[in-house]
Design a protein around this ligand. Structure first.
Ligand code: ADP
Ligand code: MG
Length: 391
């Protein structure tokens, strides 16, 4: 455990004791994530490849026996919010508390009625709304704490499913399974190759430091207002494509059969573009897996660039800020770059030789200043461990 996380765990435990007047039973951490490749494939039963960030949500938790859930975030103004377990109901809460409360609701709904309450105090270093999944970090840290304390015996992928249900049904946000699985199951120095159909997974070595490379996360700090509606439209378009092609999900369209599938879509031009993105994106994930397994990290650069073009031109979810990051970084010598996450803002990733990190970072900052955009936040991401107990 790094000193930084150790110090945070101690501070979170101390604050818990001040707030609730008793010591926590333990302290847990769950990370945010960045997706290396495999965008919008997770609701098409396809492949994704996230890795965990060193940024984490840290929670101190203790059980209660009286059916009460108390929630407090150091990052939100105000005191602890007190909820009654029996009164938890989907879409009843529009505040941050819906994420942890939704997890408790989903666990109890799934039959884990041994859960009789909890006191939770948490804080997170995952930036919110930057496409780095601060929401999944929040859900998973609470799920893991309750799994341990109430000895539920659930595995990481099972916790991920319940956290996804919390977000989909309780919070009311239609997200895929990638974020929660990444937070629950990633390992340090690896990217997680995840088949979102059956949640089978494989840890793929992705040790950038050993290769003399860096992966920069560039948070554009923009979120275009229509992003939620556009997500729903893409999702519906993909479902329409699957229906027209007579498959359960676009995952079932083989890459080798793509041309025939596209030809079979008649004059459905928009659906054709969506189908082409999903089918080629799944192939790109498989290519990145092969390259990394062969130790050829630099060769994934052009695959990331292809992925960006597909998201920009076929899936049409990029935006001027994300395109500017990618174009500028590549022109300044980056090995690869693409937008990551849902699109219409959020973050891009840039793969660079360590020696080029400064030049590329400066080029992007200068380009943003010249365009009159808010300065982006840039950090180098090292594949970090997934959710775990700290104390
Ligand atoms: P993302 O997951 O991409 O960061 P979301 O909109 O899915 O963005 O989730 C962000 C929401 O998660 C915040 O608006 C807030 O409700 C909740 N959240 C994230 N981090 C914290 C935190 N440290 N304390 C309280 N709520 C948080
Ligand atoms: Mg989220």
């Amino acid at each position: 455990m790094s000193e930084a996380v150790e110090a945070r765990a101690a501070a979170v435990a101390e604050r818990f004791t001040e707030l609730y007047g008793a010591e926590p039973e333990g302290v847990w951490a769950a990370p945010g994530r960045v997706n290396l490749i495999g965008e919008h494939t997770d609701y098409n039963d396809g492949f994704v490849m996230p890795f965990a960030l060193p940024h984490t949500a840290v929670a101190a938790v203790a059980r209660r026996t009286d059916g009460v859930l108390r929630l407090h975030s150091a990052d939100i103004e105000g005191g602890a919010v007190e909820l009654t377990l029996d009164a938890l109901a989907p879409e009843s809460d529009r505040n941050w508390t819906a994420y942890p409360a939704g997890v408790v609701w989903a666990l109890r709904e799934a039959g884990h009625t041994a859960i009789t309450g909890a006191d939770v105090h948490l804080t997170s270093t995952v930036p919110t709304g930057a496409g780095l999944s601060s929401s999944a970090a929040l859900e998973v840290v609470v799920a893991l704490a309750l799994n341990d304390l109430y000895e539920l015996g659930l595995k990481g992928w099972q916790l991920a499913r319940l956290c996804q249900r919390a977000e989909n049904v309780y919070v009311g946000a239609p997200t895929g399974i990638m974020d929660q699985t990444a937070s629950a199951c990633c390992e340090a120095g690896h990217a997680l190759f995840l088949d979102t159909r059956d949640l089978s997974q494989k840890q793929i070595p992705f040790d950038l430091a050993a290769e003399g490379m860096r992966l920069l996360v560039v948070d554009t700090q923009v979120k275009h207002a229509h992003s939620d509606g556009e997500y729903g439209k893409r999702r519906a378009g993909c479902e329409k494509g699957a229906a027209l092609l007579g498959v359960d999900a676009l995952r079932d369209v083989p890459y080798a059969g793509l041309d025939a599938a596209l030809a079979g879509l008649g004059d459905e031009e928009e659906v054709r573009r969506l189908v082409r993105h999903i089918v080629t994106e799944n192939e790109r994930v498989e290519r990145v897996v092969s390259l990394l397994e062969a130790g050829d990290t630099r060769a994934i650069g052009p695959v990331l660039v292809e992925g960006h073009a597909s998201l920009r031109d076929d899936f049409r979810i990029s935006c001027p800020e994300l395109d500017l990051v990618v174009d500028t970084a590549l022109a300044a010598g980056a090995v690869g770059a693409r937008m990551t996450g849902g699109g219409f803002g959020g973050s891009a990733i840039v793969l660079v030789e360590a020696a080029d990190e400064e030049t590329v970072t400066k080029a992007v900052a200068d380009a943003f200043a010249a365009a009159g955009y808010t300065a982006p936040r840039v950090f180098a991401a090292v594949p970090a461990p997934g959710a775990r107990r700290l104390v």
